[in-house]
Design a protein. Structure first.
Length: 150
């Protein structure tokens, strides 16, 4: 193994999903991200994002499963689900996800249930969830200069 790696020598390994790197003035090797074997644009591109997704999915399932096979109030004029039931479900899920936000796993969250649905044995109720995750710093580019005044 090579004694030290620079940005240009480590890059080919990073692109092949090897996960080691080093930092100037720090001995040893460190994780160079946590990629998975999918494209970088995927929600599942990094192990830590998979952990966040899985945790949120478990929370959402745990929150909504008690409502499976329960009576859903319907608006008699439209035949769709009543907005009060929908807002209750959305509120329950958002409250359940608060623990992830408090722990710093996510920075924001949103849940949406389209009221124009008629769930049945053959048609599941569609729920749209979105999570905002923080960014990860992989490198700093510091412009440092000397001057005689600021």
């Amino acid at each position: 193994m090579q004694e030290s790696y620079t940005g240009s020598t480590i890059q080919p390994y990073s692109k092949r999903l090897y996960v080691c790197s080093s930092f100037a003035d720090y001995s040893g090797f460190y994780w160079n991200g946590c990629p998975t074997a999918v494209s970088k644009e995927s929600d599942y591109a990094y192990f830590n994002l998979n952990c966040i997704w899985n945790k949120a999915a478990r929370i959402i399932r745990r929150t909504l499963i008690p409502k499976v096979r329960s009576k859903v109030p319907t608006d008699p004029a439209t035949g769709y689900i009543k907005s009060t039931w929908i807002s209750g479900c959305e509120s329950d899920v958002l409250s359940a996800l608060d623990s992830m936000q408090a722990a710093g796993n996510i920075d924001g969250k949103d849940i949406y249930i389209n009221p124009a649905q008629a769930p049945s044995e053959d048609t599941p109720l569609s729920v749209k969830g979105q999570l905002v995750v923080g960014k990860t710093v992989h490198e700093f580019d510091v412009d440092l200069g000397l001057t005689d005044k600021l």
